[in-house]
Design a protein around this ligand. Sequence first.
Ligand SMILES: [Zn+2]
Length: 157
Amino acid sequence: MFYKTMTYCPECEHPLEKKFLKDEGDIPYCSQCNSFRFPVFNTAISAILFNESHDKILLIKQYKMTEHILLAGYVSQGENAEATVAREIDEELGLKVKSLTFNVTKYYERSNSLMINFAATVTGAAKLIMKLMTGIGFQSKMPKKPSKMVLLPKVFY
Ligand SMILES: [Zn+2]
């Protein structure tokens, strides 16, 4: 699978060609650097945020979007995905992670991103009262099957 982001060598900008690599298949190759250039992509997290009693999930509203979405953010270079979840929850909501469970991953071609989804229980509901006034709030609708609603495509629309 080749993506337009890998048409040219990221090091020297020479056009890449396909070259067979044992156990890997056809991989972009820079004949100027004599190096294989494996496709690069972004890594992001999204999280289903549960309150401590696990009867509500927290969704956010971003930018000019009208719908509420799962909290999401890009993983910084050198950061593990679990740390990204905690950082985004702290930055965006001022809440702390009580527990964190890996859920599922999905690749989004549109943003060339691998999304890693977690289910997280957050603490600090008192702080949330402040946030409610800025458009962030718990939704009272609890999905019957949480796994069906993960990785909302709108996260990257
Ligand atoms: Zn090169």
